[in-house]
Design a protein around this ligand. Structure first.
Ligand code: CUA
Length: 337
């Protein structure tokens, strides 16, 4: 019983150490979809079980080698003889059975969770072929070689193959689906990106010579960027200075402080700003013209309008925007009479 207690303690210690080690080596890439979180929980449980089984075997072998080694030179001495143990057999049948049933239970729950249907999902038809991926957006009639996805919105991928079996896999999303040829074999895969950024669709099924190069970019972007991309693809994104200026203002968060409806926010409203007279904190009065607007964007703390706080607006817009972009934004402000 003394041996058993020592071994139990050693198994627990080694299990914890191996588990922490496996957790710390970063086996998995970032979790970029809500499905990834669910799947990683399963990985986590498996890593725990693996750490325990490894420790169970290694500790028993190691302990036996050290503690029960032969202590004399009598090579003819026989070990203790025993036959079978029903108790042990029941234990090593019931425990693994319980573990397997537990894993299938949480596996089934997780599977249902990753496949949960959101009626608002964006539809994308995916075609894999030797050797490319192609993405078709039926709602917009757009075809793309890049998978553009809005963040925090579920996508319903309908996958098919133009030739042989491929497999759609984005490691950061943790989901993978075989892609089969044949119209009645369209597979469905749902995922909800939760991180913006650039990822890569890989092909995870050997499909011929260029299998290893069957990659396509995945871009997860904020919703407004996705809409801009759709507009761009449809060729109906206006390219006049006022529209460009409006998009720049919208996409860079200017409207958080500057309204366009006449109500002052943290900063002065842009409606009717151009051509108006403003009193500055310094007391002097000034006509808002193009030169002042330019200065106010590039050097926002230089000439603060009376009644508004200083040091609120970032002062690096002169570096972020080109002169042309600044001029476009000024054109947009001028249009807001
Ligand atoms: Cu397609 Cu491998």
């Amino acid at each position: 019983m003394k041996h058993f207690s020592i071994v139990t303690v050693l198994v627990i210690i080694l299990t914890v150490l191996v588990y922490l080690l496996l957790q710390s080596v970063g086996l998995l890439p970032i979790q970029a979809s809500s499905q990834a979180i669910i799947i990683d929980q399963l990985f986590d449980i498996h890593i725990g079980i693996i750490a325990f089984l490894f420790s169970l075997i290694v500790v028993f072998i190691g302990y036996s080698l050290v503690v029960f080694r032969r202590k004399n030179d009598n090579f003819d001495e026989e070990g203790r003889h025993f036959t079978g143990s029903s108790k042990l057999e029941i234990v090593w049948t019931v425990i693994p059975l319980a573990v397997v049933i537990f894993i299938s239970y949480i596996g089934a729950i997780s599977l249902a969770e990753t496949r949960k249907i959101d009626p608002q999902a964006l539809s994308v038809d995916v075609t894999g072929g030797q050797w490319y991926w192609s993405f078709y957006y039926p709602d917009y009639d757009i075809t793309s070689d890049t998978l553009y996805l809005p963040v925090d919105r579920q996508v319903k991928l309908s996958l098919t193959s133009a030739d042989v079996i491929h497999s759609f896999w984005v490691p950061e999303f943790r989901v993978k689906q075989d892609v089969l040829p044949g119209e009645n074999l369209v597979k469905e895969l749902r995922l909800t990106p939760i991180e913006t950024g650039d990822f890569m669709v890989l092909c995870a099924e050997l499909c011929g010579g260029a299998h290893a190069y069957m990659n396509s970019p995945v871009k997860v972007v904020p919703d407004y960027e996705f809409k801009d991309w759709i507009d761009e693809q449809l060729g109906n994104i206006p390219q006049d200075p006022i529209s460009i200026g409006e998009r720049l203002a919208k996409n860079n968060g200017c409207f958080a402080c500057h309204s366009i409806d006449g109500n002052d926010g943290v900063g002065p409203t842009w409606q009717g700003l151009y051509g108006s007279e403003k009193t500055l904190v310094s007391g002097e009065t000034l006509l808002v013209d193009e030169a002042y607007l330019h200065e106010a964007i590039v050097n926002p703390n230089g000439q603060i309008v009376s009644g508004f706080p200083a040091n609120v607006m970032a002062s690096n817009y002169g570096e972020i925007f080109s002169d042309e972009e600044i001029n476009n934004m000024i054109e947009f402000i001028k249009s807001l009479e």
